[in-house]
Design a protein around this ligand. Structure first.
Ligand code: BMX
Length: 301
């Protein structure tokens, strides 16, 4: 059952490819937040210890309501797998739900973009949309689909991983094992790699965004190519799902100028295949709010 935002009280943790964040949430508002950098090469046990540590920093007490969002897929049995093994190098089928239950108490574990999609659909940019997609452009390109009010899920946890769809803009090997995916040309790791290949290393995606803001043509070209690949993906998703709206999140997606680039690139699509593109209104808190929402909505009443 869909809950009201005001009913959101508890804790949430969000382990992304770049940052690990935790929040204490009271009546739908984030009242305490902590954030550190993610260590993508840490073992799953160390990742859980880092989650416990950051939850401690926001006042978590084991047993309190808890939602856990992670980059990567969560299968039906609660096992956690990296899809892009370049982002999390040690995560290949770890019993995350079991480890969290043992160390922190009952919690709901889910994909970070799926959680954000649910939150944006319930309380943010997708409130008026029947069929809605959320895309995060960050370390990777993640996605969540809320169709007719229901978050699309699958037994293997891969549903919604739209960054691994093929792209005509790409031509390199993706860390997922697929060739020429959207993520392999549009995500933060791809943006940083393109900057390095053009001789501007060791620039990370944030430095590329900064360079574009200051007017560097090379940085603008890299970001416009990323936006073009995402715009084509949005056209494909609109075709398959008849989307009413799409929200964009993630550190790159929400960086200055990115949504404007997307809107320009979207003009290459015929009008029927376009959809309103909005910024995620919950910003970087969307995965945190969504993970707790999912947890509370699934508690037996
Ligand atoms: C990748 C994939 C998704 C994730 C998305 C955005 C991995 C490790 N991650 O497509 O599960 O939702 O990135 O997450 O395979 P980010 O926060 O790591 O950018």
């Amino acid at each position: 059952m869909a809950i009201e935002r005001a009913a959101l009280t508890g804790f949430a943790v969000d382990l992304g490819g770049t940052k690990l964040a935790a929040a204490r949430i009271e009546s739908g508002a984030v009242v305490a937040r902590a954030q550190v950098q993610t260590d993508g090469s840490a073992t799953p046990e160390s990742q859980v210890a880092a989650m416990a540590g950051i939850l401690d920093a926001v006042g978590f007490v084991p047993g309190a309501a808890l939602g856990v969002a992670v980059t990567g897929r969560l299968d039906k049995s609660g096992h956690w797998h990296a899809v892009n093994t370049g982002t999390l190098t040690q995560i290949g089928g770890y019993d995350l739900r079991g480890a969290i239950l043992a160390q922190l108490g009952p919690a709901t574990c889910c994909n970070d973009a799926a959680a954000a999609a649910l939150a944006e659909s319930r309380f943010g940019a997708g409130r008026d949309a029947g069929n809605f997609a959320y895309l995060t452009i960050s370390t990777g390109v993640g996605g969540g689909l809320v169709l007719g009010g229901h978050l699309l899920e699958s037994a293997n946890g891969l549903a919604g991983h739209v960054g691994f769809v093929g792209s005509r803009f790409a031509d390199s090997q993706c860390g997922s094992g697929r060739h020429a995916t959207v993520e392999s040309i549009a995500g933060g790791r791809a943006i940083a790699a393109a900057a390095r290949a053009a001789g501007y290393g060791p620039a990370d995606a944030r430095a590329v965004s900064e360079a574009a803001r200051e007017g560097s043509a090379w940085a603008e070209a890299i970001l416009y190519r990323s936006a073009s690949a995402v715009a084509a993906l949005i056209g494909d998703l609109t075709t398959i799902l008849g989307l009413d709206a799409i929200a964009i999140g993630g550190s790159i997606g929400l960086s200055e100028g990115y949504i404007a680039r997307l809107q320009t690139a979207m003009e290459a699509e015929p009008p029927l295949f376009r959809v309103p593109i909005r910024a995620a209104t919950l910003g970087q808190d969307a995965p945190l709010l969504g993970a707790l929402t999912l947890h509370l909505e699934r508690l037996p009443s």
